[in-house]
Write a protein that binds this ligand. Structure first.
Ligand code: HEC
Length: 161
């Protein structure tokens, strides 16, 4: 067997394994679909948290201040991630039981307010990019605090403790 078809077979093999969950060819149940949607949402927040990490650390006592280049990168990434938030919550999963999620029902009963919080968060990240361009450490710190308020402003209303 030549190298190419071996690779091809290996790829097919892993595809078969990956779709084992749907081996009967049945479409996912509403519960399975919702569990996947929850995973996607949580992955977005894991990336948000990973990205914000050094910025959050800069606010702690003795934390290293955030230099403008790092602040710019964080601000740009958070602006992109913010745009995912309203979208990944379009599927309304609040009536599905047995999900491991901290998302509150209010997200769907008050989606426009939730979306506004996501947009405010994106705006706070944009303000951080502006502050980073200015290069003033005090302004960068204030803008990082603003982004942190964006996290808390949403969690306080829409995420279980
Ligand atoms: C517009 C609303 C909103 C904003 C803004 C937001 N979050 Fe969240 N966050 C949520 C919700 C809702 C959940 C719960 C998701 C779930 O469990 O299904 C969550 C979950 C998380 C989680 C847990 C993810 C997991 O794997 O379960 C972390 C960590 C997190 N957020 C960090 C942050 C940080 C840090 C920020 C700001 C830099 C932020 N979030 C901004 C709404 C928000």
């Amino acid at each position: 067997m030549n190298g190419f078809s071996r690779i091809g077979l290996a790829a097919v093999g892993s595809l078969v394994l990956a779709s084992a969950a749907f081996a009967q060819g049945a479409p996912p149940t509403p519960e399975q679909r919702a569990a996947q949607q929850v995973k996607t949402r949580q992955a977005v927040f894991d990336l948000v948290s990973f990205t914000f990490g050094p910025a959050g650390a800069s606010l702690r006592p003795g934390g290293a201040p955030l230099d403008p280049a790092a602040a710019t990168k964080i601000a740009q990434r958070l602006q992109v991630l913010a745009t995912f938030i309203p979208e990944v919550f379009i599927p309304d999963t609040h009536a599905i039981t047995g999900l491991t999620t901290k998302a509150r029902d209010a997200i769907w009963t008050n989606k426009s307010d939730f979306d506004q919080k996501a947009s405010d968060f994106g705006a706070a990240a944009a303000a951080l990019e502006t502050a980073a361009k200015g290069g003033d450490a005090g302004e960068i710190k204030k803008a990082v605090q603003g982004v942190g308020k964006g996290c808390a402003g949403c969690h306080d209303n829409f995420r279980d403790k």
